[in-house]
Write a protein that binds this ligand. Structure first.
Ligand SMILES: [Zn+2]
Length: 503
C-alpha cells in the first residue's frame, strides 16, 4: 500500500492570441470540469474523459490516494502570472500539507507558457520536486501536443502521452501512468532517461493519428513501450507531436523514454526519432481558402446523402483560437450555401440579445469577430432567432463524451440559408450534442462548418460525405511559417522540409 498524491494543471498556450488566460477561466466549469480541490476531484474526474479519470480508474484500490487540485484552462492566450502562481501554490501547498507521500502523479499538458515562465510544466515540476525531495517518484501524463523540455524529462520518472489525435484516449494515458507508477513502486525509480527533439514543426492538421504518417509513428511508440513491466528495460516511451503556436525554445515534436537499462532506453529513443525523421515529407495535406472550401462543399453536397464537413481550422479554440471569427461564416452567406450550419460561435452578447428577443424574433447585431484577430471583423446583419438553449447538455461522442457541458446561454441564429450555433463560452465543435441542444440533427445537414482542426473527426467523420479544411483568419495559424516567433531554437525547420528558423 502506498500514499499517492494526484493532481493536474493543464494549459496549451497559444502565445500569439491577444490577452491572457486568467484564474477565473481555470476555475470555471466550461467544456471541462471546473477547478477541483481535494475530494472534489473524486466527484468530477471519474468518467470525465481526462487522463486523471483513467488514472483513478486503473490504479490499484490498495493504494491511498491524496487528492491535490486539478484544473484545466484548455487552450488559449498566455497564462497570467496570477493564474500560474495561484494554481501552482494551491497544488504544491496541498502537497506540502499532506506529506509524506510515496509517489506523485500529475495530469499535465506540456505546452504551458505563463507571463513569467516560458515552460510552465518544468517550473511546476521543480516546485513539486522541491516539496517532496529527491527520493519520491513523480509520474506525469502529457497531451499529444506537448512541447517537452529536457528539464521536464529530467524532473519526472515516467511520462505517458496520449496515443490519439482526436484525443479519445486521454483516460488510456492516465491508466498507463498508473501502471508505470505501480511498476516504479515495485522495481524502484528508472535510472535512465532520454529525450530527442525532432528538427521540424508539424502543423496540427497533419498530426492526426487517423492518417499516416502519425498512425505508424504512434504504433511504433506503443510497440517500444510494450513488454512485461516487471522485467522490461523500457518503462515508458512517448511520442509527442508538439504545439506550434507556443513560442518556446523547445517547441516541436519530441520522443521521451524512461527505463532501467541505458542501452535499451537510448536505442528505443533513437529508433523512434529516426522513424519520425524518415517520414518528414509525408506530413502534408490540402488546405483551401474559405471561398474555395464553400464552393467545393456546395458542389459535393449536391449528390451527397451525408453532410460535407468544413474544418474552420484556424479558429479552433482547442488550439487557442478565439472561437468567434467570421471569415468562413461570411463565405457561406455570400455563396448562398443554403442548409449550412456553422459552430460553435462564441459571442455572449449575441446570445444574450437572442434570449432577450425570444425565439422567432429578428435581431440586428454584429456577430463574432470581436477578439482583435488580424483580418477578422464582426459579421453584421439581421438574424432570426431560430432556437434558444441554456447551454447545459451531456456529450455522447468519443472525444468529449461522458462530460456535462455548460456553455452558458446558447442560440441558433439564421441568416439567409445559413444557421449559426452561438454560445456564451468557447468550446471546440467536437460533439454532435452541441448541435442537437439547439434542435439541429448534424447528420441531416448539407454542410457542417466546424471550428476544430482534428478533434471533430472522432464524432463527425463517420457522418461526413467528405472533409475539407479551410483557412479563414483565426488565432491558430495553421502554417507555422506565419508566426512571429521570438524564442524558438535556431535551425529548427518551421514546417516539414520547410525553411529553418534563423532567430
Ligand atoms: Zn492536444
Amino acid at each position: 500500500m502506498a500514499r499517492i498524491a494526484v493532481g493536474g494543471f493543464m494549459h496549451e498556450t497559444n502565445c500569439f492570441v491577444p490577452g491572457v488566460t486568467d484564474f477565473e477561466y481555470f476555475a470555471e466549469h466550461r467544456d471541462r470540469p471546473p477547478l477541483c480541490r481535494g475530494d472534489e476531484i473524486f466527484d468530477w474526474l471519474p468518467n470525465a474523459g481526462m487522463a486523471l479519470s483513467g488514472f483513478l480508474d486503473a490504479v490499484d484500490d490498495e493504494h491511498e490516494l491524496v487528492p491535490l487540485i486539478w484544473t484545466s484552462g484548455g487552450a488559449g492566450a498566455l497564462v497570467s502570472r496570477d493564474a500560474f502562481e495561484r494554481c501552482s501554490a494551491e497544488l504544491v501547498g496541498a502537497l506540502s500539507q499532506r506529506m509524506p507521500v510515496d509517489a506523485v502523479y500529475l495530469d499535465l499538458h506540456g505546452a504551458c507558457t505563463s507571463e513569467e515562465f516560458e515552460d510552465g510544466e518544468s517550473e511546476l515540476l521543480r516546485r513539486v520536486r522541491s516539496a517532496v525531495g529527491n527520493d519520491i517518484p513523480i509520474v506525469v501524463s502529457h497531451d499529444y501536443h506537448a512541447n517537452v523540455t529536457p528539464e521536464t524529462a529530467e524532473l519526472c520518472d515516467a511520462l505517458c502521452g496520449y496515443h490519439t489525435y482526436p484525443h479519445i484516449d486521454r483516460p488510456g494515458a492516465g491508466a498507463r501512468a498508473a501502471k508505470a507508477l505501480e511498476t516504479i513502486l515495485r522495481r524502484g525509480r528508472p535510472t535512465f532517461k532520454a529525450i530527442r527533439k525532432i528538427p521540424f514543426l508539424i502543423p496540427l492538421t497533419f498530426q492526426c493519428t487517423m492518417i499516416e504518417p502519425s498512425q505508424s509513428i504512434v504504433m511504433a511508440s506503443k510497440a517500444g513501450e510494450a513488454g512485461d513491466v516487471s522485467t522490461s528495460d523500457v518503462l515508458t516511451l512517448a511520442y509527442l507531436a508538439g504545439f506550434p503556436p507556443s513560442d518556446q525554445y523547445w517547441c516541436g515534436p519530441s520522443v521521451v523514454c524512461h527505463g532501467y537499462d541505458h542501452d535499451a532506453v537510448e536505442m528505443a529513443a533513437d529508433r523512434l526519432e529516426k522513424l519520425i525523421e524518415a517520414h518528414e515529407a509525408d506530413f502534408a495535406g490540402v488546405e483551401l481558402t474559405p471561398d474555395e472550401a464553400v464552393r467545393e462543399a456546395m458542389q459535393l453536397a449536391k449528390g451527397a446523402s451525408k453532410p460535407v464537413v468544413i474544418a474552420d481550422t484556424q479558429d479552433n479554440p482547442g488550439a487557442g483560437g478565439t472561437c468567434d471569427t467570421t471569415g468562413l461564416l461570411a463565405a457561406l452567406v455570400e455563396n448562398d450555401a443554403v442548409g449550412a450550419v456553422i459552430g460553435i460561435m462564441c459571442d455572449p452578447d449575441a446570445a444574450a440579445r437572442a434570449h432577450e428577443a425570444g425565439e422567432n424574433a429578428e435581431i440586428e447585431i454584429d456577430l463574432g469577430g470581436k477578439s482583435g484577430i488580424d483580418g477578422d471583423a464582426p459579421y453584421s446583419g439581421k438574424f432570426t432567432v431560430a432556437k434558444l438553449g441554456n447551454g447545459k447538455f451531456h456529450c455522447t461522442g468519443p472525444y468529449q463524451g461522458g462530460r456535462d457541458m455548460d456553455l452558458g446561454p446558447m442560440a441558433l441564429l439564421r441568416i439567409g440559408g445559413v444557421s449559426i450555433v452561438t454560445a456564451s463560452k468557447r468550446a471546440q465543435a467536437g460533439d454532435q450534442e452541441m448541435f442537437r441542444h439547439l434542435n439541429i440533427e448534424p447528420s441531416q445537414q448539407k454542410i457542417l462548418a466546424l471550428k476544430s482542426s482534428v478533434h471533430f473527426r472522432a464524432h463527425f467523420q463517420p457522418i461526413a460525405e467528405e472533409v475539407l479544411v479551410a483557412l479563414a483568419p483565426g488565432g491558430h495559424i495553421s502554417d507555422p511559417r506565419r508566426y512571429a516567433y521570438k524564442k524558438l531554437r535556431p535551425g529548427i525547420r518551421l514546417t516539414p522540409l520547410g525553411p529553418e528558423w534563423a532567430g
